[in-house]
Design a protein around this ligand. Structure first.
Ligand code: HEM
Length: 357
């Protein structure tokens, strides 16, 4: 598609698909011409649509205000401080590995959920509901979204009553202030839900995709065991080669020309991150796994004002977790006889189960 139809209109779904690296970057970052807000309807008072009020669904200037507020509470330094706890949780999960391990079920799914639940200060007993809720939200089931919205509304109200001096993220978000402005309860609710939705399945797939790639490259896996300094660039290369988020959409605000094709105003546009990260105009031998690739300017976390807020956390979690997995199980690999079932989605890329041995 990149060579023959870099911008392709799909008349059945009424969307324009954008495949080239430079065009994808433009669609993701040029918020004046490609809106994240249009077409989403605002969610206030509508618990089924709480995400419509969150930063991922707003354009500047509103986005800038919201992002500044949440950045106050969710800083890279605070994320860095989570390293010892992430390591502890990783080892607890690895202690439970037995003969029949499904890497998704037994490791890659629970780790990000527990980490986010701890960041938000969710009691342990409530955590088992999380996976169910985030699955429901991803698959568009309103019952799960409503249940989750009710849960978080109560949690936010409780934190407000408690005086907001807690160390958890909800209390920090209640305290956060920029130019005298605070987040409204609905904005805070949307942000909590967004963290669960945007942070769980993506990180799960990054971890699982890494194990799949390393199963195909045992030489690199062995090198990583003896040279753990190679982990950060390996994680970046997995993000590029098998991007957990394959696509993001926008709505054009005016008629725009990209790669010689005119996209009309008010059109749905899909930016194919997965394709951009394999664009041969930017990446040499793009289909080859090269853990030392440098520079590696992949778009797996997006680009511009909406650049992933959780990127430092995802990078930290993946580096700590994968390093520990292979330190404890240096020969771990996907079972060759396993039948792989991919998640049924054009947005997220990963398998549903990954038996390993
Ligand atoms: C935004 C990918 C992990 C929170 C994004 C975007 C991408 C992305 C592509 C841009 C969306 C757009 O342009 O419309 C990923 C990947 C992850 C990951 C691949 C893991 C490997 C996380 C985690 C969190 C998180 C762990 C939080 C705990 C967010 C938030 C936004 C976002 C809040 C919206 C930022 C904004 O609109 O300003 N992510 N993400 N993500 N991500 Fe992530």
């Amino acid at each position: 598609m990149r060579a023959s139809s870099p911008v392709a209109y799909d008349s059945r779904h009424g969307v324009h698909n954008v495949f080239l690296y430079e065009d994808v970057k433009t669609v993701l970052s040029d918020f004046a011409r490609f809106s994240s807000q249009r077409g989403r309807g605002q969610g206030s008072q509508n618990p089924d649509n709480a995400l419509a009020d969150s930063i991922i669904s707003t354009d500047p200037p509103r986005h800038r205000q919201l992002r500044a507020l949440v950045e106050r509470a969710f800083t890279p330094r605070q994320v860095e401080a989570l390293a010892p706890r992430i390591s502890e949780l990783t080892h607890e999960l690895l202690d439970g590995f037995s003969r029949d391990v499904d890497f998704v079920r037994d490791f890659a799914e629970p780790l990000p959920v527990i980490v986010i639940a701890e960041i938000l200060g969710i009691p342990v007993r409530d955590r088992r509901d999380f996976k169910r809720w985030s699955d429901a939200v991803v698959s568009g089931r309103h019952d799960g979204m409503r249940e989750m919205a009710t849960y978080f509304s109560k949690l936010i109200a409780r934190r407000r009553d408690e005086g907001q001096d807690g160390e958890d993220l909800v209390s920090a978000l209640l305290r956060a202030e920029v130019d005298g402005a605070h987040l409204t309860s609905n904005e805070l609710l949307g942000f909590c839900i967004l963290l669960l939705v945007a942070g769980n399945e993506t990180t799960t797939n990054l971890l699982t995709n890494a194990v799949q790639v390393l199963s195909d490259h045992p030489g690199v896996r062995d090198e990583l065991v003896s040279n753990p300094d190679l982990w950060p660039s390996t994680v970046e290369e997995v993000l590029r080669l098998r991007s957990p988020v394959q696509s993001m959409f926008r709505v054009s605000t005016e008629s725009v020309e990209l790669s010689g094709v005119t996209i009309p105003a008010n059109a749905w546009v899909i930016a194919w991150i997965g394709s951009a990260n394999h664009d041969e105009r930017v990446f040499e031998m793009p289909d080859v796994f090269e853990p030392r690739r440098s520079p590696n300017r992949h778009l797996a976390f997006g680009h511009g004002v909406h650049f992933c807020l959780g990127a430092p956390l995802a990078r930290l979690e993946a580096t700590i977790a994968l390093r520990a997995v292979y330190e404890r199980f240096p020969h771990l690999r996907a079972r060759e006889d396993a039948e792989l079932k991919y998640i049924d989605s054009t947005i997220v890329h990963g398998v549903k189960e990954l038996p390993v041995h």
